[in-house]
Design a protein. Structure first.
Length: 707
C-alpha cells in the first residue's frame, strides 16, 4: 500500500471506529453529549464571564501608560453628561436642580454639577462623575439612567438626553443581547425550513439543527471559563452563534446526506454508517482542523479582542467536530430509517445527482483552461474594489439613530468642546511639568488649557487635541512621542487607536503567513500534492479577495446605506478584515475538502483526473448547495442587525461562502484538478485492491454471502 493510501486510511479508520463505537452504545453517547453540554454551561455559570474593558484591549505605549495611571491612582473617572432643554429657562433650571439632587443621592455617583448653560438658561448641561473604575462605567450607570427616565416623566416639558462612556457601553451591551435573541429567533426557523427542503423529511432536518444548537450552547458556557484567560468582547458571542450554527449544521448535513446515499445504494445500516464515517467523517476532521488552525492565527496578534474571538470560535468548531464524530452517528443509529419520517406528501424526493451541476462539471472539465480563466476573471472583478480598502478604529458601533448617539451629537452641538485630549504620563525623576505641558500644547494646537495632576510615582499632564481627522490625530501622537522625553508616555483615544492600528499592521502579515503555511501543511498531509495544495490556497485567496471587494464597495460608499441601515464612514472597522480572513479561509476549505475527498474516491475507482473532477462536483452538489444556502442564510441575518461590525462580518462571510460554493467549487476547482492531471488528486497504485477490499467491507451481508 502506498503512503498516500496509508495516511488516508489511518484517519478514515479513526473516524470509522468513532462512529462504530457510538453506534454500538447510542443512548450512552447521547447521554454523555447532554452531560458535556450541561458541564460547559455549569462551568460558565460558576466562573462568570469576564468582559473585555478598554484597559484589557490596549496595546503598546498607551496600554503601558494606562497601567501606570491606574497604579498611581490618576486614572480619570467616567463622566456622564445630561443635556436639558426647554422653552422656559425656569423649567430647565428646575429640572437641572432636580436631576442634580437625584444623582447626588446615588451611591455610585461621586459628584454632580450643573454649571454650564446656554440660550439664556434654556439649555443646561449636568455633568455626573461616577465612582469606581472608568472601564466598568457601564455597570455604574443603571441608577443614573433610571433617574434620567424619572426626570423626563416628571418634567414632560423638558427634553432630557444622556450620553457618556457608561451609557454608550450599556447601549452596546443591550444591542448585542437583543441581536443574539433576534438572530436566534430568525435563523432557527429559516435553517429548519432550508434543511426540510434539502432532506424532504422533518426528522432529518431537525438533526443538523440539534448539533448546531447544542454546540453553540456548550461554547457559550465555555466562554465563561475562557474569559478568565482572555476577557470577552460583546461581539464574540455573536460570532460564536454565527459560526457555531453554520459549521454544526454543515457538518451534520454532509454526514446525513452521505449516509442516506449509502443506504439508497443498498448497504445496510452498519455498512452505510461505516462508509460515511470513513469518507465524510474524515473530511469533517480535516476541514475542522483547518478552520481551527485559521482561527488560531488570531492569537499571534497579541490583541486581547482577537484572542477572545479566536478561543471562543475555536471552541465551538471543535465541539461541532466532536459532535459530528460521536453523537451524530449515535443519533443516526438510534433513528435508523426513521430519519426519513415527517415527509409531507407533496414534498419531492431528494437525493441523487444534480443535473445542472453535473452538466456544468462536464463542460468545465472538457474546457478546463477556458473555465478557469472565466472563474478567475469573475473573482478578480469582484475583488477589484479592495484596492481602495481603508480601515478605521473610530467607527461607532451603534447606528446614528441610537438614543445615546443622538444625545452625544446634540451635546456636542450645544456645548462644543475639545474633541478629545492627549494624556501624558510622566515618570522618573522630578521634571518640569509646566514645560512638558507647554511643549505638548504647541505640538497639538488644541483649544483650551492643559491640566497637571501629580500622583504617587507618576504625574498626569492632560493636553487638549484639535478637531482633526484620524490620520492627523495619529500624526500628532507620533510627534508628541518623538519630541517629548522618553520618560513621557502618551495615551488617550488617539494614541490607543494608533497603537492598535500599528499592532494590526505589523502582525497581519504574520497571521496570514501562519494560516497559509498551516493550510499548506494540512493539504499536503491529506492529498500529497504540492501543485494541488498551492492551487487550492490560491483559489481560497481569490474567494476572500472577492468578499473584501464587496465589503469595500458596500460600506465605503453610501449607495447601500438605506438598504442595510448604516451610515458610511468611508472605511471598514479595523479588526474586521483580518477576522473575516481567518474565518472565511477556514470555512472555504469545507466545500473544497468535501469535493476533493469525492474526487479521490473516483480516482481510486480508476477514473482519470477529468472524469474524477466531474464526478466529485456532481456527487457533492446536493450536499454543498444545501449547506451553502443554510450558511449564507445564517450569515445574511447579521447585516440586518444594528452593530456595524456585525453587518460587515455577516456580509463578508455570506459573500465569501456564496462565491466559494458557486464560482470556486463549481468551476474553478474542477477546472484546476482537470488541468493538473496526475499531479493533482493522485490515483493510488493499489486502487483496485483497495476498492475490492472496501467493496467487501461495506457491501450488504447478502452480497457477501452471495460471493
Amino acid at each position: 500500500m502506498s503512503s498516500n493510501v496509508h495516511s488516508a486510511g489511518l484517519l478514515a479508520r479513526v473516524t470509522r471506529r468513532c462512529a462504530a463505537a457510538s453506534a454500538r452504545r447510542p443512548k450512552t453517547i447521547v447521554l454523555l453529549w447532554i452531560l458535556l453540554v450541561a458541564g460547559f454551561v455549569t462551568a460558565g455559570a460558576m466562573t462568570g464571564t469576564k468582559a473585555l474593558t478598554g484597559a484589557d484591549a490596549g496595546v503598546g505605549e498607551s496600554a503601558k501608560a494606562d497601567r501606570i495611571l491606574a497604579e498611581a491612582g490618576l486614572q480619570g473617572p467616567a463622566v456622564e453628561t445630561v443635556l436639558l432643554r426647554a422653552d422656559d429657562a425656569a423649567k430647565t433650571a428646575t429640572a437641572a436642580r432636580d436631576l442634580t439632587k437625584r444623582a447626588q443621592a446615588l451611591p455610585e455617583v461621586a459628584s454632580a454639577r450643573a454649571d454650564l448653560e446656554r440660550d439664556k438658561g434654556r439649555t443646561r448641561l449636568v455633568q455626573v462623575t461616577l465612582r469606581g473604575d472608568p472601564a466598568d462605567a457601564a455597570d455604574h450607570v443603571d441608577g443614573l439612567v433610571k433617574a434620567v427616565d424619572e426626570l423626563q416623566a416628571t418634567h414632560p416639558d423638558v427634553t432630557v438626553q444622556a450620553a457618556g462612556p457608561g451609557t454608550t457601553d450599556k447601549a452596546i451591551g443591550e444591542v448585542v443581547t437583543r441581536d443574539l435573541r433576534t438572530a436566534e429567533l430568525i435563523s432557527l426557523p429559516i435553517t429548519l425550513i432550508i434543511l426540510f427542503l434539502a432532506f424532504g423529511a422533518l426528522v432529518a432536518a431537525a438533526v443538523p439543527l440539534m448539533l448546531g444548537l447544542t454546540s453553540v450552547i456548550a461554547a457559550m458556557g465555555g466562554m465563561g471559563v475562557l474569559s478568565q484567560i482572555a476577557p470577552m468582547d460583546e461581539a464574540t458571542s455573536s460570532l460564536v452563534v454565527l459560526l457555531g450554527l453554520a459549521v454544526g449544521v454543515d457538518y451534520s448535513l454532509f454526514y446525513i446526506r452521505r449516509e442516506r446515499e449509502e443506504r439508497k445504494a443498498g448497504r445496510d445500516e452498519d455498512a452505510a454508517l461505516n462508509a460515511t464515517a470513513a469518507t465524510v467523517g474524515r473530511a469533517i476532521v480535516v476541514s475542522g482542523v483547518t478552520v481551527i488552525a485559521g482561527l488560531a492565527g488570531l492569537l499571534l496578534t497579541g490583541l486581547t479582542i482577537f484572542s477572545s474571538m479566536a478561543l471562543a470560535t475555536m471552541l465551538v468548531v471543535a465541539i461541532a467536530v466532536v459532535g459530528s464524530l460521536t453523537v451524530l452517528p449515535a443519533v443516526l443509529a438510534l433513528l435508523g430509517d426513521r430519519i426519513n419520517k415527517g415527509r409531507l406528501p407533496f414534498m419531492p424526493r431528494t437525493g441523487g445527482k444534480s443535473r445542472v451541476w453535473t452538466a456544468l462539471a462536464n463542460v468545465v472539465t472538457r474546457r478546463p483552461r477556458t473555465s478557469l480563466a472565466i472563474a478567475a476573471a469573475a473573482l478578480v472583478a469582484l475583488a477589484a474594489p479592495v484596492l481602495n480598502l481603508h480601515t478605521s478604529g473610530t467607527i461607532p458601533s451603534l447606528p446614528e439613530d441610537e438614543p445615546s448617539m443622538v444625545a452625544a451629537r446634540d451635546i456636542e452641538r450645544a456645548f462644543p468642546g475639545a474633541p478629545g485630549s492627549a494624556s501624558l504620563v510622566v515618570t522618573g525623576p522630578k521634571q518640569d511639568l509646566e514645560q512638558i505641558a507647554e511643549t505638548a500644547q504647541q505640538i497639538t494646537g488644541g483649544n483650551g488649557d492643559a491640566s497637571i495632576t501629580e500622583g504617587k510615582g507618576a504625574s498626569l499632564v492632560t493636553v487638549p487635541m484639535p478637531d482633526r481627522s484620524d490620520d492627523r490625530a495619529g500624526q500628532i501622537v507620533e510627534e508628541l512621542r518623538a519630541e517629548l522625553p522618553d520618560s513621557v508616555l502618551v495615551t488617550g483615544d488617539a494614541a490607543s487607536s494608533l497603537d492598535f492600528a500599528d499592532r494590526l499592521r505589523t502582525t497581519t502579515p504574520l497571521v496570514i503567513a501562519f494560516v497559509l503555511g498551516l493550510a499548506l501543511i494540512l493539504l499536503l498531509a491529506s492529498f500529497r500534492s504540492l501543485p494541488l495544495a498551492l492551487a487550492i490556497i490560491g483559489l481560497n485567496l481569490l474567494s476572500v479577495g472577492a468578499a473584501y471587494g464587496v465589503l469595500t464597495a458596500v460600506f465605503q460608499n453610501t449607495w447601500a446605506e438605506g438598504l442595510l441601515g448604516f451610515t458610511s464612514h468611508g472605511a471598514i472597522v479595523d479588526w474586521v478584515p483580518l477576522n473575516t480572513f481567518v474565518i472565511l479561509f477556514g470555512l472555504s476549505m469545507d466545500y473544497t475538502i468535501l469535493v476533493l475527498e469525492r474526487i479521490r474516491e473516483a480516482r481510486r475507482e480508476g477514473r482519470d483526473p477529468r472524469a474524477a473532477a466531474a464526478e466529485g462536483v456532481s456527487a457533492t452538489a446536493g450536499a454543498i448547495t444545501s449547506a451553502a444556502v443554510v450558511m449564507v442564510a445564517i450569515f445574511a441575518i447579521f447585516p440586518t442587525l444594528p452593530l456595524i461590525e456585525m453587518k460587515m462580518i455577516g456580509l463578508g462571510l455570506a459573500i465569501g461562502v456564496l462565491v466559494d460554493a458557486t464560482l470556486v467549487r463549481g468551476i474553478a476547482l474542477p477546472a484546476a484538478v482537470a488541468l493538473l492531471g496526475e499531479r493533482g488528486v493522485k490515483a493510488p497504485a493499489t486502487a483496485r485492491a483497495l476498492r475490492d477490499r472496501q467493496g467487501r467491507r461495506f457491501a450488504p451481508a447478502t452480497d457477501r454471502a452471495g460471493r
